[in-house]
Design a protein around this ligand. Structure first.
Ligand code: MN
Length: 275
């Protein structure tokens, strides 16, 4: 039951506004999972998360991981995130905590190398060395807490690559592999696609079904006003005909907001009051 670990995470977010998950339980993979999310908030950074105690222990790594063992990357420890956060990518709404685009930059499993065999104890000791089995992250890595910094808040760590067969001082993994391992989108692209998806929801209320589309085509094919049975044919076709352009135009922001604020309303037929 990781609930007690998620108080801070939940207190920082309004789940009526953001589509980020509020909880979730581990799926029970043989090894604990990890996820690295590329997050374009006010500053671009990589959120490095390791499953532990049923939640995701988290660090914000401004420059992302480096395969060069000589390059130590600052990693600021942040609040525990729920297990289900590992599958989150999309847009955190502006004004919300961490507002901006998120992609799943890498994911997979990890295992502790040292010290001992209890990750929580290792974490508390301020040093953990581990092996990663991702799509971009392989081999041995370590997180080491920085001690003796008077001005620090005690949340500063370093992420570093151990010397092994995967170590490489020449290739910047964040440069050569910038895309999501789930959607293959960049952190910029996910913004565009998710905004479209959101506006689709706002403008039409639901995704068009096959029946909607057929009805739409039937409506535009039989636009003969003089045709017979106009009454029965027109009634079902009038609604999809209006919502179709709304869906197509959904990608442009001004259209979306104007639609969202003033949904098309049927003008009531003006009735003359008897005087
Ligand atoms: Mn972040």
């Amino acid at each position: 039951m990781p609930d007690h670990l998620l108080k801070k995470y939940r207190a920082m977010r309004d789940f009526g506004v953001t589509s980020e998950p509020s909880g979730g339980n581990p799926k029970g993979t043989k090894l604990p999972i990890f996820v690295i999310q590329k997050h374009h908030a006010s500053h671009l950074h990589y959120d490095f998360r390791l499953e532990m105690e049923g939640v995701l222990k988290s660090w914000a790594v401004p420059k992302g991981p480096s395969y060069d063992p000589a390059t130590k990357r600052l990693a600021m420890m942040t609040e525990d995130h729920p297990y289900d956060y590992a599958s989150f990518e999309g847009v955190i709404p502006a004004g919300q905590y961490g507002g901006g685009n998120v992609i799943i930059w890498d994911n997979g499993t990890w295992e502790l190398i040292e010290p001992g065999d209890d990750p929580v104890k290792a974490l508390k000791s301020g040093k953990l060395a581990f092996r990663m089995y991702g799509k971009k992250m392989f081999g041995e890595w370590a997180l080491v807490k920085i001690h003796g910094r008077g001005d620090g808040k005690g949340n500063e760590w370093l992420l570093l690559k151990h010397r092994d067969e995967f170590a490489n001082a020449d290739v910047d993994v964040t440069e050569v592999a910038p895309r999501s391992v789930v959607s293959d989108l960049t952190v910029e692209e996910i913004g565009a696609s998710k905004r479209t998806w959101q506006s689709n929801r706002m403008s039409s209320g639901k995704a068009p079904t096959l029946a909607d589309k057929l009805e739409e085509e039937k409506g535009s094919a039989k636009k003969n006003p003089a045709g017979p049975a106009t009454k029965t044919k027109r009634a079902p076709s009038s609604r999809p005909a209006r919502s179709a352009p709304a869906r197509k135009k959904a990608a442009s922001a001004p259209t979306r907001s104007s639609r969202a604020q003033s949904p098309p309303k049927a003008e009531p037929t003006p009735r003359r009051r008897p005087r």
